[in-house]
Design a protein. Structure first.
Length: 149
């Protein structure tokens, strides 16, 4: 598996973990342990999950958790004035939070890669319209977070 594939798997797993974090209000450390032991690279109900880059997965999940207020403010600032972050469903919030975290905290990852990867993650959960929403919102965040974007 290439680094790109393991990072893609880490992003998808991070979105799933962030969703679970919001649903269950579980602490981050046991959640990471659960994913390390039972999800990343595991076979569940006959489906084999891709082996994810564990350090990258951990960074995204921990980073979103630690900087949630800042991340949520950035996302909310890019929503239409009649929309709020709470109005978005949990999977969408998880996708946008993870993508925003990478844009503000991972300058080693090119903007285009971050946006493309989270658009791909959105395709796993949504139709084309929602994927376009992810693209537009993360692009707007990137323009503010990375001046060279």
């Amino acid at each position: 598996m290439t680094r790109s594939q393991s990072r893609s798997a880490a992003r998808l797993a991070a979105v799933q973990a962030l969703y679970q974090l919001e649903m269950e209000a579980i602490a981050v450390a046991p959640l990471l342990h659960q994913f390390h032991e039972h999800r990343l690279g595991a076979t569940i109900e006959g489906a084999t999950y891709a082996d994810a880059e564990q350090g990258f997965f951990d960074d995204v999940v921990k980073g979103v958790d630690a900087r949630r207020g800042e991340i949520d403010a950035l996302i909310a600032g890019k929503l239409a004035k009649d929309w709020s972050l709470e109005r978005l469903d949990r999977p969408m919030r998880a996708i946008l939070r993870a993508g925003t975290y990478e844009l503000i905290a991972r300058p080693d990852v090119p903007v285009a890669s971050v946006i493309s990867e989270y658009v791909d993650v959105a395709h796993a959960f949504y139709d084309k319209k929602e994927s376009g929403f992810v693209n537009g919102l993360l692009d707007a965040v990137a323009k503010g977070a990375r001046r060279s974007a």
